[in-house]
Design a binder for this molecule. Structure first.
Ligand code: FES
Ligand code: FES
Length: 178
């Protein structure tokens, strides 16, 4: 598993009593003391330096902050860092392969021009990866079915059609279209 540069110099500024959190992030075991009010999104971005997770609305609407917690997509702006004690968290940084090649979902987004400014893209990627990797789930790869898959994420730029196309292409590459 690829190792990620994790920041170790972030000062904890809160006066709150700190809680110990043991969490595996992108395959790397991490133990930190965090304030109980520290959001997972802020923990990932500011304490671990994993800034691929974006923060948009900060109240669970836009999906920009989506990460995968124990295999399921979750809003990191609505999750406290203490809640992931003992969990496995994946961020968008985990998608790129060791050799620098992209995950099939990233490739499909690139090939289908499924992003413009890219702000929403990490959230879309993690949401789609979690759904395509769930081999127990039945996928509906019709346009309507894919739009339901995407319904937890908002994009202000693309008009969505290219994202729909990218999801179908990614599903084909991952053999989820059969
Ligand atoms: S920043 Fe978390 S859902 Fe918008
Ligand atoms: S590509 Fe700009 S918000 Fe989605």
């Amino acid at each position: 598993m690829k190792q990620y540069k994790i920041r170790s110099d972030y000062p904890e500024r809160s006066d709150d009593p700190l809680h110990s959190v043991n969490v595996t992030v992108n395959g790397q075991k991490i133990t930190r003391k965090v304030s109980p009010r520290r959001l997972l999104a802020d923990f990932l971005r500011h304490e671990l330096g994993l800034t691929g997770t974006h923060v948009g609305c900060e109240h669970g609407v836009c999906g920009c902050c989506t990460v995968i917690i124990d295999g399921s997509a979750a809003r990191s702006c609505l999750t406290f860092a203490v809640q992931v004690d003992g969990a496995e968290v994946r961020t968008v940084e985990s998608l790129q392969n060791e050799d620098g090649t992209l995950h099939p979902v990233q490739e499909a987004f690139k090939d289908c021009h499924a992003l413009q400014c890219g702000f929403c893209t990490p959230g879309f990627l993690m949401s789609i990866v979690s759904q395509l990797e769930d081999s127990d789930s039945e996928l509906d790869l019709s346009d309507d079915g894919i739009r339901i898959m995407l319904s937890g994420n908002l994009c202000r730029c693309t008009g969505y059609q290219n994202i729909v196309t990218a999801v179908r292409q990614a599903a084909e590459r991952l053999n989820r279209d059969q």
